[in-house]
Design a protein around this ligand. Structure first.
Ligand SMILES: N[C@@H](CCC(=O)N[C@@H](CS)C(=O)NCC(=O)O)C(=O)O
Length: 205
């Protein structure tokens, strides 16, 4: 199978970490078919992979495509026998809910990034930017206040948190998350001891 990805994408990083943790990394060919940025034409990718023109996307050996990092993570987890997402019950719904919150936090940070990178300066809307950033920030506060999430055996939520923190380091290096959230800082240090986390840190821009 092939993963359409970019080393800068936090959603694709999540899949690379998941694949390594599940022992599936060597079964995947990593390809960078497009520059995934809004207002960039990617007609071929839209036609053959996903009309949303987003990465990551997993292209299976039979040519079928799985999109959205959560769905890809769930697929890989199922292949590996269910190690990162609980199979049923309250724990499953809590992991899925936390993951959706983390996904929304990344979406909000991506919107902030695109606002500054792509929108002509005279059209930038600072209040909107600040509101999006606050959603991610308030999400971090949620996990700082629930350290049980940070100390349990590895699951998809912890991988999602690492990807948010890594994206902040990558695109918002002066935001001060380490000072504001010391428990997340300690968690991040601990997670960086894992090869999967260390080797997928986005390269310097
Ligand atoms: N919900 C999607 C979000 C993926 C996403 O937004 N990826 C970004 C790159 S980090 C992208 O492809 N952006 C291109 C665009 O929005 O046009 C997922 O979890 O896979």
């Amino acid at each position: 199978m092939k993963l359409a990805f970019s080393p800068a994408s936090p959603f694709a990083r999540k899949i690379r970490i998941v694949a390594m943790e599940l022992g599936l990394f060597d079964k995947i060919e990593f390809i960078t078919p497009i520059k995934a940025v809004p207002a960039t034409e990617n007609d071929d990718y839209a036609r053959t992979v996903s009309p949303l023109r987003k990465i990551p996307a997993l292209i299976l050996n039979d040519g079928s495509v799985i999109v959205d990092s959560y769905v890809i993570a769930e697929y890989l987890d199922e292949l590996a026998g269910g190690k990162l997402i609980p199979a049923s019950g309250a724990k499953k719904w809590q992991v899925k809910t936390d993951h959706s919150i983390l996904q929304g936090m990344l979406d909000a940070l991506l919107l902030c990034r695109y606002e500054k990178l792509l929108r002509p300066e005279q059209f930038c809307w600072q209040a909107w930017y600040d509101d999006q950033f606050k959603r991610a920030w308030d999400g971090l506060a949620r996990y700082e206040a629930h350290p049980d999430v940070l100390t349990r055996p590895l699951d998809l939520v912890q991988i999602g948190i690492v990807c948010v923190l890594g994206y902040l380091d990558f695109r918002f290096p002066d935001c001060g998350w380490r000072k504001a959230f010391p428990k997340l800082d300690a968690f991040h240090e601990k997670m960086m001891q894992r090869e999967s986390v260390r080797t997928t840190v986005p390269p310097p821009a």
